[in-house]
Design a protein around this ligand. Structure first.
Ligand SMILES: COc1ccc(S(=O)(=O)N2Cc3cc(C#N)ccc3N(Cc3cncn3C)C[C@H]2Cc2ccccc2)cc1
Ligand SMILES: [Zn+2]
Length: 312
């Protein structure tokens, strides 16, 4: 509890970024570009992004680009929408989106939109509302939303709305906090939040808070720090964040820190990792924890980065 061990978390991220051959790094090498986005955005929120060698990172990110225009999770890996968004987000952090051929990347993304407006994650065709969000967020950052059929993309997302006000990965699939974030984020970016029943969804979301103050992803599940992002950012986007106890959530996240070695875990006393360190720090940023840079709930990037892209 108590306070955020910011210096320790920055040091933890910087050491993990360097490690390549330990078991965790090898297991995660297929999504290394996701890990880089989580780590670098955490550093930026902590005001420590200057601690990394941006030229080295930018050239590594560009080396993950496939000839199709999409990005793989590491050098030489097949492209996927999930990794393409992480690449764009990393370049945005360093104000280097212009290192990209926006036309080529947005053509890759637009070829993954299906007739019904949904998106496949890659050429193998898996459809999930996660991919709708990743496609729309990527194209918005590239200012290339006109490359897809936004009306059909929005219509497909709305077709995944459930009677409980939530959203699942496909029409009729069970509501889950991760998919709700993706659908609400996509609707926020496209200016279509008026299709959402904010009171019904707000109720489902605020019911995710358990007595420890943490948030879970579905009814009866254990709380998990990463839901501090999926649920909280959704509540903020639909203006219902006052329906949860923010201080109790802050205390839950602070309770999940390893204050000795740095890092944040999914719940108290579990092993820390980069993923939960990012979502913990990003969650505290959404809760306006002192000393942290503000993060945009829809784009999952610092507000000053978003302002630089859209307001310059
Ligand atoms: C430790 O076992 C795992 C299990 C799965 C994965 S994963 O499929 O690559 N992935 C990313 C992820 C990264 C880390 C880290 N470092 C840790 C966990 C975690 N999960 C699993 C998780 C998180 N909360 C509870 N659970 C069970 C989410 C998952 C899916 C996801 C990917 C990208 C963006 C959002 C979500 C990685 C490790
Ligand atoms: Zn988690």
């Amino acid at each position: 509890m108590g306070e955020l061990a910011a210096e320790k978390h920055a040091k933890y991220i910087l050491t993990v970024e360097k490690k390549k051959d330990d078991i965790e790094s090898v297991l995660m090498e297929h999504l290394r570009i996701n890990g880089a986005y989580w780590g670098l955005t955490t550093l930026d929120i902590l005001g420590k992004l200057a601690a990394v060698d941006q030229e080295t990172i930018i050239s590594w990110v560009m080396s993950c680009q496939h000839e199709s225009g999409g990005f793989g999770g590491n050098e030489g890996h097949d492209p996927h929408l999930l990794y393409t968004l992480s690449a764009i987000q990393i370049l945005a952090l360093f104000n280097k989106i212009d290192a990209l051929d926006a036309e080529k990347v947005s053509t890759y993304i637009s070829t993954l939109q299906n007739e019904d407006g949904s998106f496949s994650g890659d050429k193998w065709g898996e459809i999930d509302t996660r991919f709708s969000y990743v496609a729309i967020c990527s194209l918005a950052l590239l200012k290339q939303l006109d490359k897809i059929n936004v009306e059909k993309a929005v219509k497909y997302i709305i077709s995944c709305k459930n009677l409980d006000g939530g959203f699942g990965c496909t029409p009729g699939a069970e509501s889950h906090a991760g998919q709700i974030f993706c659908c609400i984020g996509a609707l926020a970016i496209t200016g279509c939040l008026h299709y959402v029943d904010k009171d019904l969804l707000g109720w489902w979301l605020c019911e995710r808070q358990v007595k420890s103050g943490g948030l879970n992803g579905r009814p009866e599940k254990l709380p998990d720090v990463c839901y501090s992002w999926w649920v909280l950012s959704s509540l903020i986007m639909i203006d219902r964040v006052h329906w949860i106890d923010k201080q109790k959530l802050v205390d839950f996240i602070l309770d999940c820190q390893d204050k000795e070695n740095g890092g944040i875990s999914d719940r108290p006393d579990d092993a820390v990792d980069v993923f939960h360190t990012y979502f913990g720090v990003a969650g505290l940023s959404l809760l306006e924890y002192p000393g942290l840079k503000a993060i945009d709930p829809a784009y999952a990037l610092p507000v000053d980065v978003i302002d630089r892209i859209f307001l310059h």
